[in-house]
Design a protein around this ligand. Structure first.
Ligand code: BGP
Length: 494
């Protein structure tokens, strides 16, 4: 086992789940700021207000389709008496020095974080950038530099400024292409010399499932989702164009939520279903990384009567300025079947049936040791561009002991198997893998449930689901284990 010398070991976070300080120093509100907490069985809700009548209420967030997400005429809003986990999250805003020092202690080569778009352009369509927002990230990147940690910056991680949703309907409007281009080019220019790697949209394919989070949409029709994705593809291509022309050393990646799909039986009909499930994910990377709309997607649009508001230039941009590399999240696999099966996996993100060969965590997510090798092979050999695992990990309800230790051997076991799988992808299959950033390296809020109890980190943060706790940081057993893994370049996984 040996990982390349330049392999980027590290951890990943997102502003809306980690940063807090949701109104500090001129930051505006974004979509995630209007989401309450939930749980494995109770969906997070978006809260809203009718500006004309003053009526208030909330609607569940998960897996909506159709047009009935929130009632006509209302706007997402923050309401008194509700609890919003993003508002304080685990307060990276005031702990960044301590947190980056902890990452350095583990030997991180890279730190994935997202920039809170509404910290830079509070309403999304502002003329000028907010200097206090720019200054905060300057300080963060300077701190990273101190320890030779390379930042990997996601420009939009479920953080569309709410003004863009209210005024324009979010990413279904082509206007968002220009607003995003302005935001992205402003920051790429401003941080030139400090940031070398960017991802445009976190898990762009989540547009299909949670378009409010992924695209600030409140119209959940297939037409709106298709347009939202198209506009993000064009925006991404414009950012790649700007960067290639002005900063050839900076690389812009795509970010895809990926999971291998297995068939439950050897019935050919199951295999066809698995193929269709994969197409639902892979068309997003065919466009953004491959540079073309695959015919299978265009056929689907034809069947559904979806017509994009597009221009010939869009397709030129998509073709000529595809992503430099393909990054992805992968937590496990899903298993599908056309047959009646009693036992639904019930994961809050996964759709499928229980696979008797893989374990699941308490949230129903399959913890599949082979998933990284499969994902790396599928994605690398489809486009022949470098790949980067930017999310992988296991959510667990960790217990902080009286002496402030956390014995998370289940996490070590999961990571050991996943790192082995990644090693096989590199050393047996020849995949060009740039790096690995374990998700939620310091505990943060769960995206799907809004909970704190679904923890991923190497570092425990004292905060609970109701917002109580000191926010103090404590090293878990996995902290020391990961430090050793990085030190030995993946040789010592014991
Ligand atoms: C991905 C998101 C992250 C993250 C992770 C874990 O989909 O990009 O934001 O949170 O999943 O999911 P969860 O927090 O729901 O456990």
């Amino acid at each position: 086992m040996s990982f390349p010398k330049e392999f980027l070991w590290g951890g990943a976070t997102a502003a809306n789940q980690y940063e807090g300080a949701y109104l500090e120093d001129g930051k505006g509100i974004n979509t995630s700021d209007t989401l309450t907490n939930g749980s494995h069985t109770v969906a997070r809700r978006v809260t809203w207000k009718n500006p004309k009548t003053g009526e208030t209420g909330s609607s569940p967030m998960m897996f909506f389709s159709g047009k009935d997400f929130i009632p006509e005429g209302v706007e997402p809003a923050i309401l008194e008496g509700e609890y919003y986990p993003s508002h304080t999250a685990t307060d990276f805003y005031h702990h960044y020095k301590e947190d980056i020092a902890l990452m350095a202690e583990m030997g991180f080569k890279t730190f994935r974080l997202s920039m809170n778009w509404a910290r830079i352009f509070p309403n999304g369509d502002d003329e000028e950038a907010n200097p206090a927002g720019l200054k905060f990230y300057d300080e963060v990147f300077d701190e990273c530099k101190k320890y030779n940690i390379e930042p990997l910056v996601t420009l939009s991680h479920y953080e569309t400024p709410i003004g863009l949703t209210i005024k324009y309907g979010g990413w279904k409007s082509r206007k968002c292409i220009d607003f995003f281009e302005k935001y992205a080019t402003t920051v790429i220019k401003h941080y030139a010399g400090k940031v070398k790697y960017y991802l445009t949209f976190n898990e762009i394919n989540i547009m299909s499932f949670m378009p409010y989070m992924a695209g600030g949409l409140v119209d959940f029709s297939d037409q709106a989702k298709a347009q939202g994705a198209h506009n993000q593809f064009v925006a991404s291509a414009k950012v790649v164009k700007f960067t290639h022309e002005n900063y050839p050393d900076i690389k812009i990646g795509q970010m895809l939520a990926y999971q291998p799909t297995y068939t439950f039986t050897c019935d050919p009909a199951d295999q066809v279903l698995a193929l269709e499930r994969q197409q639902q994910i892979l068309w997003y990377s065919d466009v953004q990384t491959g540079g073309y709309y695959p015919a299978y997607k265009l056929k689907e649009y034809e069947r559904k009567g979806i017509k994009l508001d597009d221009t010939p230039e869009d397709y030129e941009l998509i073709k000529n300025y595809s992503a430099d590399f393909l990054s992805f999240s992968c937590y496990g696999s899903s298993t599908v079947t056309t047959h009646e099966v009693k036992d639904d996996a019930g994961g809050n993100f996964s759709m499928g049936v229980t696979n008797p060969y893989v374990k699941t965590n308490a949230w129903g997510w399959a913890t599949d040791p082979a998933c990284l090798r499969l994902a790396c092979n599928t994605l690398y050999y489809r486009y022949n561009k470098p790949v980067w695992i930017v999310e992988n990990g296991i959510g667990w309800s960790d217990k902080l002991e009286a002496d402030h230790t956390v014995h998370d051997d289940y996490r070590i076991e999961y990571l050991r198997q996943n790192i082995q799988s990644m090693d096989d992808a590199i050393n047996k299959d020849g995949v060009d893998l740039m790096g690995y950033t374990m998700w939620g390296c310091i505990d943060l809020v769960s995206a799907s449930t809004g909970e704190m109890r679904k923890r991923y980190g190497f570092v425990y943060v004292d905060r609970d689901d109701e917002g109580n706790g000191t926010l103090n940081r404590y090293r878990k057993d996995s902290f020391y284990w990961y430090k050793k893994v990085i030190e030995t370049q993946g040789e010592d996984l014991a």
